[in-house]
Design a binder for this molecule. Structure first.
Ligand code: NDP
Length: 313
């Protein structure tokens, strides 16, 4: 039987995973990690979010690492990360649906100026703020056209938005107008009313979204950041909002998480803050995804969403 070790914070989280695998994938033996007597040299796979530095290197016989998140940049900060072991990012249908729902909610909130309704409600103010932009008249530009970006693009196109996306590799993208490569970035940004960041955090994308970048957008664009916080230069974002280059921002990810009490984002009139919740699939959905990926690796097949070291994501 394949042995999977779970790096979860606290006994309850481990028990939840154990029960879920027992029901959905009884062919996989689940062992606890932190503070346990599990023989780490004897485990085949590890399911992790944020293991301590050097922890994964203690498992000398790992055949695969599965991350409970789609972003894996934090794992690669471990100087002892075992780069020779295949690393699989979280995916699956539920993950995509949750992200598409979140981005649709955020986009509608931006075009209807829902932030003003919330502020007025907080002060008991009844004031009409008519907004005349419809979804059909709104051009959404998605940075990243991978597992999540392409799912969000399809969903938003179905709901009537005009959708384009920016990525590295040009390919057929159905109704989505695809822009590829650094050269096409200005053209992509210049035709975007709401910009969605769904890029992975890599050397190339960190601090990408600075004031000069935001200045390439049409005046009054909205920003939705669901990628990673370190891709946005936060002081430049505040400047772009305060100078009306941006009309509003919905932010799910931040340079520092949890967002510190002192962050100006909490009370900024044009910013909506959510606590990194855009897309986290249910435990049963994650269990099915992980079990399928393990079975594929055991059969010598390539699992989906395999991290490619040369690419950085
Ligand atoms: P994928 O690896 O499937 O897709 C990444 C996309 O980014 C690809 O289209 C890729 O281009 C593009 N890309 C990467 N580097 C560049 C670059 N330098 N220039 C232009 N395009 C680039 O990732 P996912 O869709 O699964 O996830 C994306 C990110 O979303 C994750 O890394 C994570 O940070 C974030 N996320 C956030 C969540 C939340 O709750 N807020 C939840 C889950 C994920 P190409 O197609 O050409 O390879």
């Amino acid at each position: 039987m394949v042995r999977l070790v779970i790096s979860a914070d606290g006994k309850d989280a481990y028990e939840g995973w154990r029960a879920s695998f027992a029901e959905i994938a009884p062919d996989i033996e689940v062992c606890p990690w932190a503070g346990s007597k599990t023989d780490l040299a004897g485990v085949d796979y590890a399911l992790v979010w944020q293991p301590g530095p050097g922890e994964l290197a203690k498992m000398g016989n790992l055949r695969g690492i599965l991350c409970t998140g789609a972003g894996i940049n934090h794992l690669l900060r471990d100087p002892d990360f075992p780069h020779h072991v295949p690393l699989v990012r979280m995916g699956g249908e539920e993950t995509c649906t949750l992200m598409a729902d979140y981005v649709q909610w955020a986009a509608i909130g931006l075009i209807r100026d829902a932030r003003t309704w919330a502020r007025n409600q907080a002060t008991g103010t009844w004031r009409n703020n008519p907004v005349f932009r419809t979804s059909a008249a709104t051009r959404i530009g998605i940075m990243g056209y991978g597992n999540l970006g392409s799912a969000v693009a399809r969903h938003l196109a179905r709901t009537g938005f005009q959708v384009s996306a920016w990525c590295r590799t040009l390919r057929e993208a159905g109704e989505t107008a695809l822009f590829a490569g650094q050269d096409r970035l200005p053209a992509f940004l210049g035709q975007t009313d709401i910009l969605v960041n769904l890029l992975p955090s890599t050397q190339e994308t960190r601090n990408l979204i600075d004031f000069a970048f935001l200045s390439l957008l049409p005046r009054g664009t909205g920003l939705i950041n669901v990628g990673r916080g370190d891709q946005v230069v936060e002081v430049d974002l505040l400047r772009a909002l305060d100078e009306n280059q941006l009309s509003g921002a919905v932010l799910d990810v931040f340079v520092q998480e949890p967002l510190p009490d002192t962050s100006p984002f909490w009370s900024h009139p044009k910013i909506t803050v959510t606590p990194h919740v855009a897309s986290e699939a249910s435990r049963p959905a994650q269990t099915e995804y992980v079990a399928k990926a393990i079975r594929q690796m055991e059969a010598g097949e390539t699992p989906p969403l395999l991290y490619k070291p040369g690419r950085g994501y």
